[in-house]
Design a protein around this ligand. Structure first.
Ligand SMILES: NC(=O)c1ccc[n+]([C@@H]2O[C@H](COP(=O)([O-])OP(=O)(O)OC[C@H]3O[C@@H](n4cnc5c(N)ncnc54)[C@H](OP(=O)(O)O)[C@@H]3O)[C@@H](O)[C@H]2O)c1
Length: 263
């Protein structure tokens, strides 16, 4: 897509899954990429597959270490001078009933999915405001629109993103800075394998529900189109219609989600 040629696109969670798909899609559009996540060898692997990118900066980063973000932003600005797109994609899943989930796990999920995401955004924002340009994209989830069993803190962290970024969009209304929130249904990644159980260990296998999910490449292409159109919010993938059911038939929805096959 011509719109993204030479643009600086910083993607978090770029070491696997959706972030990897987004990195490859933006590379094909001729963007300059900043790829972030904790696993550096995986970032190197993804960068190798990013054909078409004008330039790539690998920038390992841990969302649980927000004190490191100002220096990370400086590194991007030293290399590229600006940040056109911040793609807040990194996140961690949960597969445990609320009653079985330790408060440490609740806190960790909030720290990564919510606090880490808004802290990185706040670190990038001053430079975007100086240039009066920039577009912040947030990978929420359909679980950011309604709760579902085994995902209490995950749903809470994604709902919190909507509260924060809807507010930020309103506060930035007089600027040129845009905000897009993406809410995905099942996408074929290993999110559920790495999802935390109540004791903080990982689930270790992929949920059956993901088998019928959307392919990452298909999802990534849709995201680029939505971002190009500067949409405020988009719902993509299987079960997106559930947002309408919850809004118009809340009683029916509550009964269905309680017995839905969500794993
Ligand atoms: N797959 C779906 O069906 C689905 C649906 C809705 C929303 N989403 C959202 O999509 C995003 C990407 O998930 P995915 O499905 O692509 O799963 P994934 O393959 O597990 O990707 C998660 C990414 O987040 C990064 N990450 C996790 N903890 C981090 C931390 N502390 N600091 C920095 N990076 C961290 C991981 O990299 P490292 O481990 O290398 O740090 C990885 O690159 C998540 O926000 C998820 O909630 C996914």
């Amino acid at each position: 897509m011509k719109k993204f040629e030479n643009k600086v696109v910083w993607i978090t969670g770029a070491s696997s899954g959706i972030g990897e798909g987004l990195a490859k899609a933006w590379a094909r559009s001729g963007a300059r990429l900043v790829l972030s996540a904790r696993r550096e060898p995986e970032l190197e692997r993804v960068a190798f597959g990013c054909e078409g990118a004008k330039s790539i900066l690998l920038l390992p980063l841990d969302l649980e270490q927000p004190q490191t973000f100002p220096a990370k932003v400086d590194q991007v600005l030293q290399q590229f001078g600006k940040i056109d797109y911040l793609i807040n994609n990194a996140g961690i899943g949960q597969r445990s009933l609320a009653k079985d989930t330790s408060i440490d796990v609740d806190r960790k999920i909030m720290n990564i999915n919510y606090i880490g995401t808004i802290a990185l955004t706040k670190a990038v924002l001053p430079n975007m405001m100086v240039h009066d340009l920039g577009h912040i994209v947030v990978n929420s989830s359909l679980t950011g629109k309604f709760g579902a069993p085994y995902r209490s803190s995950y749903a809470a962290s994604k709902h919190a993103l909507h509260g924060f970024f809807d507010t930020l969009r309103a506060e930035l209304a007089e600027t040129s800075i845009k905000i897009t929130i993406i809410c995905a249904g099942y996408i074929q990644t290993e999110l559920s394998k790495r999802a935390l159980l109540g004791d903080g260990t990982q689930q270790g296998y992929i949920d059956k529900a993901f088998e019928s999910g959307m392919k990452v490449d298909t999802f990534a292409k849709k995201v680029l189109k939505i971002v190009a159109k500067e949409k405020r919010e988009a719902w993509i993938g299987p079960k997106s219609y559930a947002v309408y059911i919850k809004r118009f038939f809340p009683g029916f929805f509550a009964k269905q989600i309680a017995k839905a096959n969500v794993r």
